[in-house]
Each structure stands twice: as C-alpha cells, then as structure tokens.
Ligand binder design. Sequence first.
Ligand code: A3P
Length: 284
Amino acid sequence: MSQQSDLIHIFNGIPFTTRSSAELLRSLDSFQAREDDVLLVSYPKSGTHWLAEILKHLYSSKVSLTSAIEFGDVSKLEDLNKVTTKRIIPTHLSYDMLPKDFKAKKCKAIYIIRNPKDTAVSLYHYYRDNPHLPTIEGWSTYLDMFLQGEVVCGSWFDHLLSWEEHRNEMGTLFLYFEAMKKDLFQSVRRISNYLGINMSDAEIQEICKKTTFSEMKSNVEKENNGDPNHTVCALTASRKLIFRKGTVGDWKQYFSNKQNRVFDELYRTKMDASSLAKHIHYEN
Ligand code: A3P
C-alpha cells in the first residue's frame, strides 16, 4: 500500500505528488516563456484532456502539446526550451505559482472549470485508481480532505479564485465543462476565436465529432503510449485512468444530504465575491 509520505510533498502549502520535484517547483520562476505559448489551465479532473484534444485539432500538427510544466524534475524547463514549435503547455498550478514570465509576456491562457462536486467525485476515483496518488480511506474522509484543500493541487476554491483575481492580466479565457457538454460547437468556436484560428463551421463540426467522450475513450489504447512526456496531467501518463464516465451530475450518487449542505455552505462563503460563479454549473 502506498504511503502518503512517499507520494506527496507539500510545497508552498499545497500538496504535490513527488512526480513534481521540489527543485522544479522552486525553479519555475526562471522559466522563459514565449509570447505565443498557450497555457491550458485546470484544477485536476475538470476536463483537461478533453480541452487538450480540442486544441490539438484546432492547431492540427503545427504545435507541440507538452507535458504539464510542473511535472518532472529540474531538467524540465530546459526540455521545454528545446521545443522548436509553438507550445501548448498544460498546468494545474495556481496563478501565484505560475512562472512570472508567462505573465510578463501576457501569454494566452484557457482555464477549464467544472462543477466542483463532479470534480470532487472524479478526483476521488483518480485517488483510488492512480498508483501515483496515496491510498485514501473512503468517500467521507476523502470529501473532507477535498473541502479542506488537502488533496493534490490544494483547494479547488483557492485555485479558481487565484486565476479569477488575475483574469485581466493575461486575458484568460474561462471555459465550462457543462457548457461544452451542452453545446460543444459553441465552445470550440469560442476557443478558436480566442486563439485567432480561422475555422469554418464544417471544420469545427469535425473537431466536435472527434472529441466526444465516446470517441476519445475508444482511442485510449491507441494513444496510451505510457510515455510521461506525453502526459497532459502531471498526475499520470495513463490515459486509461482518464475517461471514466464523462457525465454531468454524477456527484448525486455520492453525496449524502449532510455532505451536500456542508459543501454548499463552503461554496457560498468562498465564492461569494466571485463573478465567475454565476457561469459555473453548480447544482445544490
Ligand atoms: P469523470 O471522472 O467524471 O468521468 P481531466 O482530463 O482534467 O483529468 O478530467 C477528467 C474528467 O473529464 C473525467 O471525468 C473524464 O471522463 C472527463 N472527460 C474526458 N474527456 C471527455 C470528453 N471528451 N467529454 C466529456 N468528459 C470528458
């Protein structure tokens, strides 16, 4: 059984897996961004791989989708420097830990948000199935950890709020998982407009077809090459662990009434001043 101490270390008060070395995290601010870098930002289990796939199709083969900037050891930043094409760089970092040069260069950033209750359930399964995450005791203990920000990448609330507070500095685009489920075409159009990529309606339709949950799940074997350099999420290289259900509202199968009340209360308190909150598909 994996021990918490082998797999997790705390950096800046946030739990990271040991797949993100402390040296790397310490050296992030020395990273040299490029003006045309695009950041793909998320709290874990919010649809990161889905968005990555859409971006790959939007740019066809002209870009490199790198692994998460915080994944690996200190040589990571040098490896990223060697990438010769335009870079799409995923990250689960909160805004304050993001390398300063991305901010100075005003790089484009897309942040995908999902109902935190579904995110919590999805992360719960990730904890159970992913060997890089510690063993957890059960749903109830896990949910307390989630609410207290003691899970990997810290608090969902603080993560989102850190990006919202600085949303204008980089002109971050916020996307919503549930809106993508409802009308993928419109979301892909928003992304292409934001990135300044010209796409016909037919081309967007084609991307929508290739990025449905069932289509992506059916391609897992083909794309599951186990190479950590191709991992979008810093927490695993195994795409098999990613495509579980891909639905909206799965949380209702897990939350007791009391857990739901506690969650709602914290949500109300934390999100009180958030203007993004009105777009979030939050269900009571
Ligand atoms: P579930 O565990 O609820 O199924 P991430 O990529 O950030 O790790 O997020 C993973 C979650 O996104 C998983 O949620 C996964 O099923 C869902 N997902 C991945 N691709 C998807 C798609 N094309 N459509 C809908 N959901 C998708």
